[in-house]
Ligand binder design. Structure first.
Ligand SMILES: [Zn+2]
Length: 430
């Protein structure tokens, strides 16, 4: 997780927000994102997080200085690496590694950093928290900056073929620091993998055969997917699943291809990126069979009912939400699910599913709370870069804000939880 944040910040053009992560063995995990002149503290104790004791111990207003500091004087205080092949790395193994690291951690330094931060608050005066230049700062929510991970973006779509580099750059500027590019068949999965090589440590990929493409599955497919999954950039097997809404492949073929891929995921211990439309019961039936062996997996772009969401959560799945929340007006759909807190924060992930699922912030369907929470900063990215024809990862902060409004939670809290969840499941560190 720390690698994620450090590396991410290096990619940001200044001005970047300041950041520090502090916790102690007895206190719950505390994550602080400090902006110049302003400090925000998130208590993530409600989440089932491994106990981390981490501390960035130097204040610098320039990220080059910060890197120097980390590379020399404090390097072993901040370097935690997740697995080189995240998909194969179970949460337990990761926690073990983190715990091993923590045993060697300088606890006294951390405690003093914690105290100083409490006393000083202001990053410019403190010498004990990380400080990366000036925050975004300003009016109308311009000081809000989230670290987000888009777990589902169809960047191989031809709508992105001319300017994918600008799309990725804009995403990073908007705070979307990691993006998982969705693979939907062998060819697209290979293309997704190729894209990750162009944007190392920012783009990651999934590999698998979408239910629409189930009819393309042949005797070589499983081998091909397995070989794609052996690349460290491929962090999930997907998208796979069932789509009985459009039936582009016959349902019985979809079922067979889906189950074979689930079996593969269990065998190679790869998280699964699931797609389901109008096939809830059939999907539950397949997943129940593999419940004990299936690695942590996400039901992406969830658009079902409250009871379906409950069933997926009970099965241990994470739920991926998109900009779809703007148009859901059903009595027991995604909005109701969020308002009733059916999905615990530690099971929530966010994604754009771009170029689809444009979050239409102008819609009369938005509740006053959803409209109120949208910051000028998020709206600027939407207005300038996204349309119904082509949504982009930089719209994710707006979606996050709308989701947070429905959950009646602080957007920063939801941002940190979803980012943490994504790192926990997929690794996302090269
Ligand atoms: Zn899908």
């Amino acid at each position: 997780m720390i690698t994620l944040l450090n590396n991410s910040l290096n990619y940001l053009h200044p001005p970047a927000p300041t950041l520090s992560i502090v916790s102690s063995s007895t206190a719950p995990l505390i994550l602080r994102v400090a902006f110049i002149g302003r400090k925000t503290v998130f208590n993530l104790s409600a989440l089932s997080l491994p106990q981390l004791q981490l501390c960035h111990r130097h204040c610098s207003h320039n990220y080059n200085k910060l890197r120097r500091c980390h590379n020399k004087r404090h390097e072993n205080r901040v370097s935690i690496h997740t697995a080189s092949r995240p998909g194969a790395d179970t949460t337990t193994k990761k926690s073990e590694r983190v715990n091993r690291f923590l045993q060697n951690f300088d606890r006294n330094s951390m405690a003093s950093a914690n105290n100083n931060l409490e006393k000083n608050g202001n990053c410019e005066e403190s010498t004990d928290n990380i400080c990366l230049n000036k925050g975004v700062g300003g009016q109308d929510g311009m000081d809000r900056f989230y670290f987000l991970i888009d777990i589902g973006a169809n960047l191989t779509n031809k709508k992105f073929s001319r300017d994918v580099d600008s799309v990725v750059q804009r995403a990073k500027e908007a705070g979307v620091l990691k993006i998982m590019v969705t693979g939907t068949n062998i060819l697209v999965s290979k293309e997704a993998l190729r894209l990750t090589r162009l944007f190392p440590d920012t783009l990651f990929a999934t590999a698998g055969i979408h239910p629409h493409d189930a009819k393309t599955f042949d005797e070589t497919s499983i081998q091909e997917i397995e070989s794609l999954c052996s690349n460290p950039e491929v962090v999930a097997l997907g998208e796979i699943g069932l789509d009985f809404n459009r039936n582009f492949s016959p349902p019985e073929v979809q079922l067979e291809v889906f189950e074979k891929q689930v079996q593969l995921a269990c065998r190679i211990k790869m998280p699964v990126f699931l797609h389901e439309r109008d096939a809830h019961e059939e999907m539950i039936n397949v997943l129940m069979k593999y419940q004990d062996k299936l690695p942590p997996s996400v039901l992406h772009c969830f658009t079902g009912t409250v009871s379906q969401a409950k069933a997926y959560v009970d099965l241990g799945l994470y739920i991926g939400l998109t900009g779809y929340v703007w148009k859901d007006k059903s009595e027991d759909g995604v909005r109701k699910m969020l308002m009733d807190n059916v999905i615990p924060l530690d099971r929530l992930l966010i994604e754009t599913d771009c170029p689809f699922m444009y979050p239409n912030f102008r819609s009369a369907k938005l509740t006053p709370e959803m409209k109120q929470v949208l910051t000028q900063r998020s709206l600027n990215y939407l207005n300038r870069n996204c349309t119904f024809q082509r949504n982009e990862p930089c719209s994710l902060p707006a979606t996050l804000e709308m989701i947070s409004a429905l959950m009646k939670k602080n957007p920063e809290e939801v941002a940190m939880a979803t980012t943490y969840n994504a790192v926990k499941i997929f690794g996302l560190s090269s």
